[in-house]
Design a protein. Sequence first.
Length: 68
Amino acid sequence: MQVTVNGEPRELPGALSVGDFLRHLRLAHLEGGVAVCVNGEVIRRADWPRVTLHHDDHIEIVHATQGG
């Protein structure tokens, strides 16, 4: 299944939830400071297990970091 993640094409093994996708990317351990948008819609963290990604979805992942 083909999706676009932060502007880059990526192949997924099949339909995954947002939460499973983050585990696939090894990002699920990040407790806070992560935002996920799918096709321009912000997905609340509570909905990550229920929102399924589909072929040709456009996903944006933003991780906030501290700095000055």
